[in-house]
Ligand binder design. Sequence first.
Ligand code: FES
Length: 244
Amino acid sequence: MKGKTRPIPKGRAVDAKALADVQALLGDAPRRRDLLIEHLHKLNDHHGHLPAAQLAALAQEMRMALTEVYEVATFYHHFEVVKEGEPAPPPLTVRVCDSISCELAGAQQLLKLNLGPGVRVIPAPCVGRCEVAPCVHVGENPVGNATADKLRAAVDKKQHDCPIEPYIGYQEYRKDGGYKLIRDCLAGKLRIASSRACWWPPGAPVSARSGSICAMNTPAAARSWKKSSRCLKPMHPALCRRFT
Ligand code: FES
């Protein structure tokens, strides 16, 4: 087999109906492997979980090993793989983060809540919002500083989606001058010594790098570098000029 492409990925047999369902769901979207998470979201949104048979079909459709698909599908708490014969989860899942910050802020009390029929309350690992612990996901809606009342309100009002706050898009940000400093540096329009940016040219003493503003950011300071010091963290070549 060395050097040959395997026509069908190894793994479990693929159910014909599951394959047809997956193909219909993906439509003409590219089957590139970097789109795996996108496609898992499509399946998960459609079914409310990830049926195991469809994961095998997705692996075949994307010409990936089933283990790769499973690794991703079982890594994120948002995805839930349901094997054949297992009951599908209820329509709404409330995930209470019980990692350290949320645990200290009362996660265990929230885990005891009964939020009504069709709603299950389960623990989840850190959801990355430790600053508003305890944090609870009602469906996809992250509720910070969660209380029983807040969670009941979110369930009753069917607030299950993640609200998208107003934001500045990348193009708009650049148009308004975003990244100008780095662009000017890379284009050679700005001398490093004349800017207030913080970076560490090669040769900067290791001890000097612990400050937030570059202590070497003046020609005089640069002249005092010890030649024996070495830079442990080379920067972009355009930023790695020595002061003169
Ligand atoms: S510990 Fe709960 S969000 Fe991080």
